[in-house]
Write a protein that binds this ligand. Structure first.
Ligand code: HEM
Ligand code: HEM
Length: 252
């Protein structure tokens, strides 16, 4: 039988029960915490993720409409609603992207990473390679990064930095057809359709752009969850609180 003896001091109390002050303090270790993602970046991230979800679902049905609808044609407005949600999300997405570009200028160093592609930096490419090996389970120990890791930055730059601009330009070019000649969409983006050839070409490229973004999102969410568990730093909570904490304080 195990006997639990009360710590000194507890015996002098009316009821000799164990209270917090009696428990010997465990050695406290405080690991480094860095404020990385500012409020506008985090807000944009989650609003943008929601917009892309709505745009991909509604866009898919614009490209592959449901074959039939029951009842009178005049009693149905399903495709109208689908297009409405696509366009509503598109405006939020486009305004959010412009806001995110603005924040790249006025925000901190990490706010610029999404728009930077350090092509001439050999060290950066070597880190892309190391990170790819880590994702493929070929490296034993992950590296630590305060901002995005170089492989994530590469994917984000192309799929979301360049990808969003592409979807906005092609999307508003298509929208300009409905809004008609002389509308601001037509005046700003009217040059796009002749550049691609004709309207159907823009539809096809806009559609392809969706699959590039969907592929990115699948890998991105997998990597975020995987790195949250396997890396040496906080990941998902960092996009919620903005703060990166490290799981050890070794420098390498
Ligand atoms: C449509 C869905 C999503 C898209 C398009 C997307 C896109 C992005 C982009 C562009 C960034 C870079 C942010 C910046 O530098 O401004 C980012 C970062 C991040 N995203 Fe997402 N995201 C999506 C969904 C999610 C989800 C569902 C999660 C959570 C499981 C997530 C977790 C993260 C995390 C943790 C980071 C920061 C990575 C780091 O720590 O460096 N994302 N995402
Ligand atoms: C991540 C962003 C977006 C995704 C994933 C997306 C996806 C799609 C897809 C798959 C289609 C169907 C193309 C086809 O096969 O014909 C479509 C159509 C269209 N999208 Fe987007 N889109 C996005 C952003 C935008 C933006 C920013 C606009 C700007 C207004 C826009 C406007 C349009 C228009 C006007 C159509 C044609 C509608 C029709 O013909 O009825 N999209 N979109």
């Amino acid at each position: 039988m195990t006997t639990v003896s009360n710590p000194p001091g507890a015996a002098t109390r009316a009821t000799p029960t164990l209270v917090l002050e009696d428990v010997p303090a465990a050695p406290v270790r405080s690991y480094k915490a860095v404020y990385v993602y500012e409020v506008p970046v985090r807000l944009w991230h989650w609003i943008n993720a929601l917009c892309i979800t709505v745009l991909a679902v509604t866009g898919y049905f614009i490209g592959s409409p449901l074959p039939t609808q029951p009842g009178e044609a005049s009693a149905n407005f399903l495709m109208g609603y689908i297009r409405f949600f696509h366009f509503a999300a598109a405006y939020v997405f486009a305004i959010g992207f412009v806001g995110r570009i603005y924040w790249a200028f006025v925000g901190n160093h990490h706010a610029r990473q999404l728009f930077r592609f350090p092509f001439w930096n050999g060290h950066w490419w070597r880190e892309v390679w190391t990170e790819a090996r880590w994702y493929l389970f070929l490296e034993a120990r992950p590296k630590k990064y305060v901002g995005h890791n170089p492989l994530a930055q590469l994917a984000m730059f192309w799929a979301i930095g360049v990808g969003s601009a592409f979807m906005i330009v092609t999307g508003f070019a298509l929208y300009g057809e409905g809004a008609q000649a002389g509308s601001w969409q037509d005046r700003l983006f009217g040059w796009v359709i002749p550049l691609f050839g004709q309207s159907q070409d823009v539809h096809t490229w806009h559609h392809l752009g969706m699959w590039v973004i969907i592929l990115f999102v699948i890998v991105h969410i997998y990597a975020a969850v995987r790195e949250d568990i396997m890396s040496r730093q906080s990941i998902i909570s960092t996009m919620v609180s903005g703060v990166r904490t490290f799981k050890d304080d070794a420098s390498e």
